[in-house]
Ligand binder design. Structure first.
Ligand SMILES: *Cc1c(COP(=O)(O)O)cnc(C)c1O
Length: 463
């Protein structure tokens, strides 16, 4: 893509973007949300919207969500218990309405997918069934920079089974001086631990670095080593195209409030490969909503699992929380993951080139780049997010694994605050990372242009 630093270039890209109309289906917070949240109201005029690049943390609200929830409230008030069968979207089979769209999103067959619970809960439920450590084969492999909740979940599973996380949790670390993991190194570690490895469970896209792992190669290597392979797709679902069925993953789960725009704490998703869904020997935790609907209301004590991912459902689903997921999945169906990915590649490449240009015009404090991109340069190894280290005060390149002395972390935090004062919402992760994620459903090239300009001004005004 030809890069031009002008605002006119960004506006021209937006003018020719076939997905641009989707932006108007979202409520974009006012700019004040970035620097004075108490003053942000829905009445703020349209011209002062924030530049919102944190869809990787909490996606924006679709305009259609409010009316859809009001419909459910209305059905409850007029129908009471009859809403289970007669609501506009009947509650009894509600989760089935979400199945097809969720399956397309993660590259699964419909009976391999279910929308339920929240992410960490699903991690535990799936590990209860698929992590069955033995004295010989007890280890779980994760990335060292895994999201804390994933670490907690895996450590507690290991402890729960009477093993020691210090021995049984293998954390994949980048090479010295590098930020991200090399595929060959991951495959090498899987091979090296093949005697003891029970489970490989990485984030499909790492939340901190934005690295998209080679999911087919890692899944195949895990299986060759005799391990089960699961994926946490919190930062992958709705961000990158997925093919869970074809790569033969055993299980996966994801949340719906990041790229899937279903609201804070939204109901999550889970995938179980079809080779497992009809198994009689699956040592799963069970509840009545996982029982065959044909006998569910016989109310007997015996559990007859549904031969689909539905068998993992415990309770009847919270309809008011499922509704935003239904609305969001419909938007993804209309936009199409293929078109979204095509735009995403261009948006993120544009951000990368603008940052390269910024660095070319000005160095960091001691000759290193002013803004160091931590995320892989190869577009096939990332989604929309770029993770950035700001090098306003220090010499040389920085590594994520280098402990930063307090003034450095404080300098990045101060830069983040100066960016926010310009009406730009990006995410700061302690101690020293700024993450910016242009979501192709609602972000524009102009958003990216505005962010990089705000970023440059925030460095200029560094103390
Ligand atoms: C966002 C995120 C979580 C959050 O877990 P919840 O159970 O939804 O609170 C967990 N793991 C990863 C990898 C995440 O990105």
């Amino acid at each position: 893509m030809m890069i031009d630093r002008s605002e006119a270039f960004a506006l021209a890209q937006d003018a020719s973007d076939a997905l641009a109309p989707f932006r108007s289906e979202f409520l974009i917070p006012p700019a004040a949300a970035a620097f004075d949240p108490r003053r942000a109201t829905s009445a703020t005029p349209d011209s002062t919207r924030a530049v919102y690049l944190t869809g990787n943390s909490l996606g924006l609200q679709p305009r259609a969500t409010r009316a859809a929830i009001e419909q459910e409230l209305s059905d409850w008030s007029t129908l009471g218990v009859e809403g289970h069968l007669h609501a506009a979207h009947p509650w009894l089979p509600y989760h089935q309405e979400l199945r097809e769209d969720a399956a397309v999103l993660v590259g699964a067959k419909p009976h391999e997918v279910v929308v339920m619970n929240s992410l960490t809960v699903n991690l535990h439920l799936l590990m209860a069934a698929f992590y069955r450590p033995t004295a010989a084969r007890h280890a779980i492999m994760i990335e060292d920079s895994a999201f804390p909740s994933d670490s907690h979940a895996m450590q507690s599973q290991i402890t729960h089974h009477g093993f020691d996380p210090a021995r049984s949790l293998i954390r994949l670390k980048p090479r010295a001086g590098e930020h991200t993991l090399r595929t060959d190194d991951i495959l090498g570690e899987i091979e090296r631990h093949k005697g003891s490895l029970a489970l490989v469970l990485l984030g499909g896209v790492n939340y901190l670095t934005g690295q998209w792992f080679d999911m087919p190669a890692i899944t195949a290597a895990g299986h060759r080593a005799g391990a089960v392979v699961g994926w946490d797709l919190a930062h992958a679902a709705g961000n990158v195209p997925l093919a869970l069925h074809d790569i033969n993953a055993d299980f996966a789960c994801w949340c719906s409030y990041k790229y899937l725009n279903s609201g804070p704490g939204a109901i999550a998703g889970a995938f179980v490969h079809e080779r497992h869904v009809a198994r009689q020997d699956l040592p799963q935790f069970a509840g009545w909503w996982g029982n065959d609907p044909a006998t569910r209301f016989v109310m007997g004590p015996e559990f007859v699992p549904i031969a689909s991912a539905d068998r993992f459902q415990l309770s009847n689903p919270p309809i008011f929380s499922m509704t935003p997921v239904r609305v969001s999945l419909e938007l993804f169906r209309r936009a199409g993951m293929e078109r979204l990915r095509a735009k995403s590649l261009r948006l993120t490449a544009y951000m990368e080139r603008l940052i390269d240009d910024l660095n070319a015009r000005r160095g960091g404090g001691g000759g290193g780049p002013a803004v160091q991109i931590v995320t892989p340069r190869d577009p096939a190894q990332r989604g929309c997010q770029l993770s950035l280290l700001i090098n306003a005060t220090n010499a040389g390149e920085r590594s994520l694994s280098d402990p930063l002395s307090p003034p450095d972390g404080a300098a990045v935090k101060a830069a983040h605050e100066r960016i926010a004062r310009q009406g730009v919402i990006v995410d700061f992760r302690s101690p020293n990372i700024i993450r910016a994620a242009p979501a192709p459903l609602y972000n524009t090239f102009h958003d990216v242009w505005s962010f990089v300009n705000a970023l440059e001004r925030s460095i200029d005004h560094a103390p």
